[in-house]
Design a protein around this ligand. Sequence first.
Ligand code: 9MR
Length: 377
Amino acid sequence: MTVTPLALATALIVSTTAMLADDSSSVTPLKDAFDGKFLVGATLNGWMLSDADHPAYELIETHFNSVSPANAMKWGPMNPSLDEYELEPADTFAAYGAAQGLDMIGHTLFWHSQTPDWVFEDEEGNPLTREALLERMRERARMMAARYADRVKTWDVVNESIESDGSWRKSKFQQIIGDDFTEQAFRIAMEELPSDCVFLYNDYSMTDEGRRDAVVAMAKDFQAKGIKIDGIGMQGHWGMDFPDTKDIAASFEAYASTGLKVHITELDIDLLGRDRFFGANVDIRKIEVTEENNPFPDGKLPPEEEERFATRYAEIFDTLLKHSDTIERVTFWGVTDQDSWLNFFPVRGRTNFALLFNRENEPKPAFHRVVETAKKH
Ligand code: 9MR
């Protein structure tokens, strides 16, 4: 076949157009941008786990090397009543992650939230004794070990058992077991899960001094007692103005003093935030969505807002990358803005912006700034 100049020109135009349209071929995958620095993760939520054709899978396979289940492995969703088990979403999660060769996080063994009342009661509805509750926790750990711990290697053993002032949270676990609930949970994990698993304590607002100092003290106490703890999970549900990157850096240094690695377990940035619209209103969860508190309902941000958001992401990643020796993994809490929990919290039904991919599954300006930041380190 002879190639005429016209045919050649047409072919070039067609292929250039295809290249421009195909965003994924022209962007650096996040996992390549952070190769040698830390793992980069995302969550699989219920919609994704019930739809094998969900568009998030393509992004996950391109950009991420670690996955966390948003809800599928929590006690309540898995085991809503005493003898009732709903294991399919967790099974799907573990099978998918294993098939793709992804690092997987068991989120979360023990948490005061999304744990049903039956866990704390006997069959007559009376509170369990300390021994009975510890036994029930052990049964859950044993079940998770048998079913998932051959493939799921990193576990959030306890979520959020320490308050901002450093005191133990007055959860049902704490009330029944006592102040050693977290210690007992780690002992159970150590006894029931394989020894090659990685155990984390995971909490939010981990830059607050009271919580930070208490977590450091707890980790050192566990180490002195020979209780296995392998890392510290900072959730990273951060805002546009808080925490200050100086406080984030100071926290990495404090946590690194334990010799443990830090995992950023649930990173997102709440663009709409609260203060801008609600001040200190404590009843914010009862507030309806309005034009004022939901200013971008079509999911499109004006360029100056995209820029503000990208700048905040870049400064956070600059801080993370400066401490990459301490950081094992950075996981985003979601994949695209569409599946962020911040569309439902604290006001249900807002169109919020929190992650690096937009509602059309495309990388946002913040994505590109994060990749550029990685290239500078
Ligand atoms: O993303 C989760 C959301 O779908 C649930 O409704 C919510 C219930 O509390 O939990 C969300 O995930 C939380 C995580 O498990 C622990 N840290 C805080 C996260 C955001 O609430």
